[in-house]
Design a protein. Structure first.
Length: 128
């Protein structure tokens, strides 16, 4: 889902920066959060301190207050989002080795007729 926010001038005269696919995925994962502490107490029922910005909420915000979306793009460029990733090559390699070992040992146990726990069966299906 890529909102139409790239390189256009909004109604308030602010230039909206480049919206990338990274920003879209970050929004879908719930990365953008609004601080609600400075709003009136009954602005939203239940008065949450922080509210996660959904993709539909972001599109509504882009329509009503495009300057705020520019602020989001200025404070969170795609490079900063990508920098937060915690999976480097070594970690991915080790995970693949562990998953391959688990799958191999499970297949071997099944071939020998040893019992398999439901948790192992569920993990086996997810690892595939």
């Amino acid at each position: 889902m890529k909102p139409r926010l790239s390189n256009r001038t909004c109604a308030e005269g602010h230039m909206v920066g480049e919206w990338t696919e990274t920003h879209s995925w970050y929004t879908v994962m719930g990365g953008f959060v609004i601080d609600m502490r400075n709003l009136p107490r009954d602005f939203i029922p239940g008065s949450p301190q922080f509210q996660t910005l959904s993709p539909d909420g972001l599109l509504l915000l882009a329509t009503c207050k495009p300057g705020l979306v520019q602020g989001l793009l200025n404070t969170m460029p795609a490079e900063n989002i990508l920098d937060k990733g915690k999976a480097d090559g070594l970690k991915k390699f080790l995970i693949c080795v562990q998953a391959t070992w688990f799958l191999t040992s499970t297949v071997f146990r099944l071939a020998r007729g040893y019992p398999i726990a439901i948790l192992e069966l569920n993990t086996f299906a997810r690892a595939l």
